[in-house]
Design a protein around this ligand. Sequence first.
Ligand SMILES: Cc1cc2nc3c(=O)[nH]c(=O)nc-3n(C[C@H](O)[C@H](O)[C@H](O)COP(=O)(O)OP(=O)(O)OC[C@H]3O[C@@H](n4cnc5c(N)ncnc54)[C@H](O)[C@@H]3O)c2cc1C
Length: 479
Amino acid sequence: MASRTSLEYLESLKDGRAVYYRGRRVDDVTKHEFLSIAVKHAAMLYEFKRDGKFSEMANYSDPDIGLMSMFYKIPKSSEDLLKRHELIKESTRYCNGIFNIIQAIGSDALFSLLITSAKSGDSVLRQRVQKYYRYVVENDLAMAVAQTDVKGDRSLRPHEQADPDLYVRVVESNSDGIVVCGAKAHTTQSIAANEIIFIPTRAMVEKDKDYAVAFAIPANARGLKLVCRPVQEVEGLGTDDAPLSSKNLEIETLTILDHVFVPWERVFLFQDWKLAGELANTFATYHRFTAISYRSVMAELFIGAARLAARYNGIDAAPHVRDDIIEMILYKEILDMAAKAAAHHPLFDDRTGIAIPNPLYTNIAKLYSNKQFPNIVGALVDIAGGLTSTLPTTDDLNSPEIGTYVSKYLQGSTRYSGEQRFKLMRLIREIAGGPMTGYLMGLFIHAEGSMAASKIALYRDYKFERAEELVSKLAGVPI
Ligand SMILES: Cc1cc2nc3c(=O)[nH]c(=O)nc-3n(C[C@H](O)[C@H](O)[C@H](O)COP(=O)(O)OP(=O)(O)OC[C@H]3O[C@@H](n4cnc5c(N)ncnc54)[C@H](O)[C@@H]3O)c2cc1C
């Protein structure tokens, strides 16, 4: 199969998966009032790939496999990584500035599994991963990746936890496969995925070996339960007052494994505790490269909103407004530059020849994007004013009794009507002053790994030798 239609994709989700929303089982995610937003958002990636304007960028003709999604093309050069960066950005733009994870994260995990299975020296395991990769690509599947365990007491290792299920673990193995229990947190778009890949979240020691497990299961696997977060962005406001998240939104789940059976052909790491950390890190590098790529486009939402708000408020020439917007430009362009630098200076895996984005540049930009995001929101609020908190609703604007007052008193610069300013402020309120803002704050600070995780990787990989030699020579002291 080359490229599925969005309709074929949506049909594939009607498979009896166990999805829960506010405590109730959902029969069909494609029809649910709120969950269908996330599912349709995922479907947009299939529309993007079939859109003539993007088909060259989004599809690849592999000599062996045939026509396939460009997301799944294994990067072997800087050029491949640069194309991937552009693909992630363009598909984010296509989805109104909201990242579409549905093939990006799966490919990030598949590339890291291809690398680590080759490193394991186990040819059966290597072939299993290759076969699974082919299955995903040939069927143009939608994927989620569950890496983050619920983790319990963060100061304890998996085997030290009071409840042994706080990290996903193998509870049984037999000649057919393994049985796994536990839960992963914050799994993005698992409800919209065909398959979910599970990988370890951290380095492990020998006593953690039952937790050193990676595998893939279909989203309707028996014993798998997907508990969605509530979509407060649209639940309370209604769709009119949530112009962005009523169209484009991703949903995370608490992903529970209650004695789920996984056949051996879907097990990609088993008790090899020494490789767990490497798999976790390699995935993190790919996924952070994905992050800095999509975040640079999400920043455009804030830049665009700030520029328009400045004009609508009649303050576009004010120096402090320009300073705010310059902060946003720095944010966007630093991420973009770092992603390009990471693509231009990749590492190459010895065994597979797969190109890995430069981890140092990737982690620097990821950390920068975490730390600076609150300032970007603050800059937009500064320009837009208190309406980010107090804007009346669309019902007020449309009311025969008070609508004319609302548009009269929302007039800003005479270049625009009060109603036009209301509509702009409605979007700004959503991204800078509503439930979506809180969600984005969590996403920008934590998704793709906490700040501490990036700092650990950065400090571990940084080459201090030259700086130390310089000072040692100058001071005449040993290193
Ligand atoms: C919107 C969103 C989408 C996400 N999507 C996915 C996804 O699709 N798949 C997936 O697998 N994950 C996903 N994540 C998870 C994300 O990677 C984690 O949120 C992140 O790694 C932080 O983990 P945590 O949430 O458990 O927080 P914690 O790790 O508990 O972090 C809270 C604080 O504790 C600190 N801390 C943690 N452990 C220690 C320790 N041992 N010692 C000292 N300090 C410590 C952290 O540095 C941080 O300051 C997503 C998260 C968000 C917010």
